[in-house]
Design a protein around this ligand. Structure first.
Ligand code: PLP
Length: 396
């Protein structure tokens, strides 16, 4: 017997586990100091009342034999898939219900989708980016190449005709940089994928933060995407479902390679390894799309957007180079004083008692950058911004 030795090729600690370790060590050594956490991308506001009410009703349904639900459809209940379909229609995107698969979150599907791809495929991953794309492919043993996201290209790499890849990850708005592709820039990726036969895995977990005209919220806003793209989305950041767990994956029926349909393969994969998202949770997710649900989750998003604007304003006054914060809950900035990102992590923790995320955890291009999130409470964000501004005055 042998375990998968490729696990030896990934960093021992998942990025956020290392952040938590260092923070816990500092807290133990300095009891009584208030530590403000703008590190991990977890939300802090409770679920919207419309969602809570739907969850309660669904729990009640489970208590009576006439309304009790056992195993549900692998791909999700129709009531939720129809709401998702209508949501896309508002963006001008036509989907059929059979192209929508309800999931327990984007992270699982982003990892699990690899089951339908050959391990011989070469993968193109932006650098920096959400670490899950690299780690899942290292575990599976695929060859990984990188597309550099740098200050020079506005953190939005474009296709290089000299580079050949079979699977292309795009995360827009990007975690960690906050950079978001316009529909016209995405069209270049879609054309490239259609030309070369590659498949785009498009992570739209932050689409609800897009506020500028012309920026894409779905890859399917781009003409031609139905033959080359899969989209992953989540209720986590849109509606505070990080602990409740629900998302969805869209696989168009036209996405075929070598006579095989990605949609059919995914259905086959899910029906073999997944037994669906709890009925109760799907009822809660469907409530996000009701008028009250939209209004209430929109109010929560506004809180996070105000926090993002507040953090951005601290950057504006400091002379520090930064990006994000407009169409994203993330602010990405260059560490002052030329520090590397883990050094700056320690400095920020020790001098300001603020926890952020070191850019190095997102790829080599993140080495001298740092990420702050807008998902904290308004009160904590205000305090953190004051402390960071003070620190910048001393170090920049
Ligand atoms: N995709 C990106 C880019 C993320 O940043 C995250 C979470 O931080 C996820 C996916 C995971 O989303 P979920 O909570 O739906 O698994």
């Amino acid at each position: 017997m042998e375990f998968n030795s490729r696990f030896g090729d990934i960093a021992e600690n998942y990025l956020f586990a290392e952040v938590a370790n260092r923070t816990a060590k500092y807290a133990a050594a300095h009891p009584g100091r208030e530590i403000l956490k703008l590190g991990i991308g977890d939300v802090t506001l409770p679920l919207a009342p419309a969602v809570i009410s739907a969850l309660h009703s669904a729990v009640e349904e489970m208590a009576h034999s006439e309304t009790f639900k056992g195993y549900g459809p692998y791909e999700g209940y129709s009531f939720l898939r129809e709401s998702i379909k209508n949501y896309y229609a508002e963006m001008g995107v036509t989907l059929s219900e059979s192209e929508i698969f309800v999931s327990d979150g984007a992270k699982s599907d982003l990892g699990n989708i690899l089951d339908i791809f050959s391990t011989d495929n070469t993968v193109l991953v932006p650098d920096p980016v959400y670490p899950v794309y690299v780690d899942t492919n290292v575990m599976a043993g695929r060859k990984i190449i990188f597309a550099d996201a740098t200050e020079e290209n506005g953190f939005l790499p474009m296709p290089d005709p000299k580079v050949r890849a079979d699977i292309i990850y795009i995360c827009s708005p990007n975690n960690p940089t906050g950079a978001a592709y316009s529909v016209s820039a995405l069209k270049e990726w879609v054309d490239y994928a259609n030309r070369t036969g590659a498949v785009i895995l498009y992570d739209a977990a932050y689409e609800s933060f897009v506020s500028e005209e012309g920026l894409a919220r779905s890859v399917f806003e781009v003409e031609g995407a139905r033959t080359c793209a899969i989209e992953f989305c989540s209720f986590s950041k849109t509606a505070g479902f990080t602990g409740t767990r629900c998302g969805y994956t869209v696989i168009p029926s036209e996405l075929k390679r070598g006579g095989l349909s990605a949609n059919k393969m995914w259905f086959r994969r899910q029906s073999t390894k997944f037994n669906g998202v709890p009925y109760i949770v799907q009822r809660g997710a469907a409530a996000v799309f009701t008028p009250e649900g939209r209004r209430q989750t929109g109010e929560n998003l506004s809180v996070y957007k105000r926090n993002a604007a507040l953090i951005s304003s601290a950057m504006d006054g400091s002379g520090v180079m930064y990006t994000g914060g407009k169409n994203s809950p993330y602010i990405w900035f260059k560490c002052p004083g030329g520090l590397n990102s883990w050094k700056f992590f320690d400095l920020l923790l020790e001098r300001a008692q603020v926890v952020g995320t070191p850019g190095a955890g997102f790829g080599k291009n993140g080495e001298n950058f740092f990420r702050l999130t807008a998902f904290g409470s308004e009160e904590d964000t205000k305090k953190a911004v004051e402390r960071i501004s003070d620190l910048f005055r001393q170090t920049v």
